[in-house]
Design a protein around this ligand. Sequence first.
Ligand code: GZL
Ligand code: ZN
Length: 337
Amino acid sequence: MIRIDGKGLLLTGLFFAAAGASGCGRKEELQTETPQAQGDSIVVGFSQLGSESDWRSAYTKSIEEAFTEENGYTLVFDNGRQRQENQLKAVRNFILQEVDYILLSPVVETGWDSVLQEAKDADIPVLVADREVDVEDESLYTAWVGSDFKAEGTAMGQWLETYLEEQGRENEEINIVILQGTLGSSAEIGRTEGFEEIASQHPNWNILAKETGEFTTAKGREVMEAFLDRYADIDVLVSQNDDMTFGALEAMDEDGRTYGTEGEITVLSFDAVSAAFDLMEEGKINADHECNPIQGPLLSELIKKLEAGETIEKAYYVEEQIFTPENAAANRQERMY
Ligand code: GZL
Ligand code: ZN
C-alpha cells in the first residue's frame, strides 16, 4: 500500500517527484519511475475524491482492503480533497508512472474528457467508481461500479408517499426542505431528480427550498439553521447524506424543533452509516437509504477479469435498501461501516 502525502511525495520506499504537485513553489525535477511493483503485481492508481464523510472513509477502507499486496496489487492512493484539479493532477501522475489501471471516484460528473483521453492514449484502462463521469465518448472508461442514485431518490419519494398515506396525510400540505450533496455529483443529481420526480406527482407537496450542504456535517448544519429561520412550518427534511443529517439534527435541537418518529419534522437521509443506525434506533431518523461503499471486492474482481483477457460489463450497480427504526436493529450487525 503506497500513500502519497499532500505534496505528491511517496511516504514509503519508492521515490518519484510528482510533476508540479508539490504545491510548495519548488519546481520538482520530473524524475518519475514506475513504482518497483513487487514481483508482477498489478499497479493501480486510485484517485479518491476526498474524505468528506463517514461513507467516504468506509469506501476508501473497502478499496485498501481489496487492493493489497497479498491480492497481487500495488495500490497508489491519492486524496483529491474535494477538488477536481487535484484529481486531474493525480490521474496525470498515474499516467506518468505508467500504472496498469486507474481507479477514479470523480467528485463531479463533468470535466474528465481530456484526462481520460490521455489515459486511453497511454493504454491505461480506467475504472470509474462510486460517482459517474459524463463524457462524450463512453469508450474513455472501461466500466463503472456504483449506486443507482436516481433509484435511491425515487425510492425515498415512494417511501414518503406510503408513510404519509399510513398517517392519513396524503392530502395535507407537506412542506419539504432538501439538503443537497455536492452540486453536480452523481449522488446529488440522482437523489434530487429521483425524489423530485415523485414530488411532482403530489400537488400538495411543497419543496420550500433545496440547497447544498456539500455532504458535510458543518455545512449541513449551517444550511438547516437558515431553513429553520426562514420557514415556520417544515414537515419533511430530505438530507442527501447522513453527515449533513447529523448537522441538521444539531440545528433542529438548537432551534427547539422536534423531529423523527415522534416529531413534527420527518427526517429522510441517505448512506445508512453506522452512526445513522444509532439515530434510527432512537427514532430520530425516519428512513435512511443505504448507499453501499463496499465496492472494493467487485472492483478487484473486474481488474482480475481484465487481466485474464475477459470482457466485462460497462456498469455494475451495487445492491441497496431502505432502513427505518423498525428494521434498523435487525439489519445492522453484519454491516461493515
Ligand atoms: C454516494 C457518494 C456520496 C455519499 C456521501 O455514492 O458519492 O458521497 O452519499 C459522500 O456521503 O460524500
Ligand atoms: Zn405542515
